[in-house]
Write a protein that binds this ligand. Structure first.
Ligand SMILES: O=C(O)c1ccccc1NCC(=O)[C@H](O)[C@H](O)COP(=O)(O)O
Length: 256
């Protein structure tokens, strides 16, 4: 687990405060039962569909980019779907990304696409919360020990929400596989200093053969996406560039 004052650490600390508040206001047992009842869309199948799948993200702002653009999540989601996105990713982190659970609900309600709840999961209660409202939950390997990651992946499976396990180096890729992850996202962005290098996916992809591989961050052009596809990506996750130019989604979705 990474320690000391990186942006990721402060995002995780804020997420722990929100999770504590959620535990104070909601019985996890109730959430667990609700999660089991909620209808899910098949995130893994959408990623594994023929051709390059595109996870199009709704994010108004980010620590690396600052303010990106205002967006109506329902309209943005419907636009992404029309342009050929296979899945949606919706930031729900409020403080640095300007997201909310309401954005998630609005985006999911406006389309038939599977939706990833994009947040900094640090407490099992957030897995349950995601499972009630979304089809997939993000687990950032850097925020867990190996034992915790395995427990969170298992919990996600138990309540029927897909887990996208995000890694950034060889050690984390190994932890993801040991934890039983079926979908692994390689983040090309180093969350400690925000540097982006598409070679990160190229370096880690061979070790992840056999699971669904998602190339995340820094994909700005069809050429970038083709490069990720050639390195073995089943899907690309595109945020800032799609927010600035939604038509990009159509160009990426056309990649075979
Ligand atoms: O995007 C950031 O600045 C960021 C900073 C700290 C933690 C997470 C961050 N982003 C989350 C993501 O993983 C991206 O939103 C996603 O991969 C899309 O990236 P991009 O296409 O480069 O917007």
């Amino acid at each position: 687990m990474r320690e000391s004052g990186t942006v990721l650490d402060s995002l995780a600390a804020a997420a722990r405060r929100r999770a504590a508040a959620l535990r104070g206001s909601t019985d996890p047992e109730v959430l667990y039962r609700e999660a089991l009842r909620s209808e899910k869309r098949d995130f893994a199948a959408a990623l594994a569909a023929p051709g390059l799948s595109v996870i199009s993200e709704i994010k108004r702002a980010s620590p690396s980019a600052g303010f990106i653009r205002e967006a109506d999540p329902a309209r943005q989601a419907a636009l992404y779907e029309r342009l050929g996105a296979g899945c949606l990713s919706v930031l729900t982190e409020p403080e640095r990304f300007g997201g909310s659970l309401e954005d998630l609900d609005a985006a999911r309600g406006a389309t038939g696409l599977p939706v990833l709840r994009k947040d900094f999961t640090v407490d099992e209660v957030q897995v349950l919360e995601a499972a009630v409202r979304a089809d997939a939950v993000l687990l950032i390997a850097a925020l867990f020990t190996g034992e915790e990651l395995a427990r969170y992946v298992a919990l996600a499976g138990e309540v029927g929400v897909a887990a996208l396990v995000e890694v950034h180096d060889e050690r984390e890729a190994g932890l993801a596989l040991e934890a039983g992850a079926c979908i692994v996202g390689v983040n090309n962005r180093d969350l400690r200093d925000f540097s982006v290098d598409l070679a990160t996916f190229e370096r880690l992809a061979p070790a992840l053969e056999g699971v669904i591989r998602v190339a995340e961050s820094g994909i700005k052009t069809a050429e970038d996406a083709r490069r990720m596809r050639e390195a073995g990506a089943d899907a690309v996750l595109v945020g800032e560039a799609a927010m600035r130019d939604p038509e990009l989604v159509g160009r990426l979705a056309a990649i075979t």
